[in-house]
Every structure is written in structure tokens, then in C-alpha cells.
Design a protein around this ligand. Structure first.
Ligand SMILES: [Zn+2]
Ligand SMILES: [Zn+2]
Length: 157
């Protein structure tokens, strides 16, 4: 796992490569993003960044997250609800997949080596060299099944 400061250094290099200046706003956006373990929509990130720097505009958040995605620091996720979300990109050794609750939209991360190996095996048998995969399992979480009308009021991402 890359440290937060390594990610930030990579972000600075990416800005430079694109001929963009590092600004207080862009830095605040990147720092906020690197500090989170959540799966955030652009709007979530915008709300969060504004706590640190109220002058940050939505368009800047939008462009910065696209840049983070371009330089592979952010992974874009499309879960079934149609909302695009971003999370810190996996390094190779800490890849994870997702379980998503259809009711409260809670997202749980997991990693299972058996599944990873099986996917490799299936791909190899079908003549593929695997570059990436996306595994999303949907269902109803325990809290939602047990609670009377239960689950959390606000989905945790
Ligand atoms: Zn649930
Ligand atoms: Zn995730």
C-alpha cells in the first residue's frame, strides 16, 4: 500500500507532467481524497473538501478527480445504483472486491485469494492474460435482514 505522502508526491508529478500548477485547492482535494477509505461520489468529495477549504469549487473537484483517475491514483466504480464513485486505487498487493447491500447501499470490501486464483485460472484456460477484473456481489446485509425496517439510516460508504 502506497503511503499518503507517496500518493501526494505522485499527484504533484502528474500535475507537473500536465503543465498544471499545484494550487491550495487542488492540494486540498487530493489530500482529502487520499485521507479517505470511503467510496465517494464527486459530490461526497466536494462536501468533504469544503470542510477543509470552503473556497474549493465543484468544477475543480471534478477536474481533479479526473486527473487522479488518469494518473491511476483513483479507481472509478459504478455500482448498481448508477452513481459514479471513486476510491483510492489499489496497489497490486492489496486488491479488493466489493459486496453491496441492495437495501442500505452499504459497501463492504473483501479479498479472497481463492477467488483471485480461480479467476486467473479461468482466464488462462480460455486463453486470456488477465489485466484486471471487477467483482461485485449484491445482496442484503445482516443489519438489513435483522433490523425491523433496519439498517442504517445513512448508507456508509
Ligand atoms: Zn443493508
Ligand atoms: Zn473498494
Amino acid at each position: 500500500m502506497q503511503s499518503r505522502s507517496e500518493r501526494f508526491a505522485a499527484f504533484r508529478r502528474a500535475l507537473k507532467d500536465k503543465g498544471l500548477k499545484s494550487t491550495a485547492q487542488r492540494d486540498a482535494i487530493a489530500q482529502t481524497f487520499f485521507a479517505t477509505t470511503r467510496h465517494m461520489s464527486i459530490d461526497d468529495l466536494y462536501q468533504e473538501v469544503r470542510k477543509a477549504n470552503p473556497r474549493v469549487g465543484y468544477a475543480t473537484v471534478y477536474r481533479t478527480i479526473k486527473l487522479l483517475k488518469d494518473c491511476e491514483l483513483a479507481d472509478e466504480r459504478h455500482f448498481a445504483d448508477g452513481q459514479t464513485r471513486y476510491e483510492n486505487a489499489d496497489s497490486e498487493e492489496d486488491h479488493h472486491d466489493h459486496l453491496i447491500c441492495d437495501k442500505c447501499e452499504k459497501i463492504v470490501e473483501f479479498n479472497d485469494q481463492r477467488l483471485e486464483l480461480l479467476q486467473e485460472e479461468i482466464a488462462t484456460n480460455l486463453g486470456f492474460v488477465l489485466a484486471r477484473h471487477r467483482m461485485e456481489l449484491y445482496g442484503i446485509c445482516r443489519e438489513c435482514r435483522e433490523g425491523a425496517g433496519g439498517g442504517r439510516r445513512r448508507p456508509e460508504r
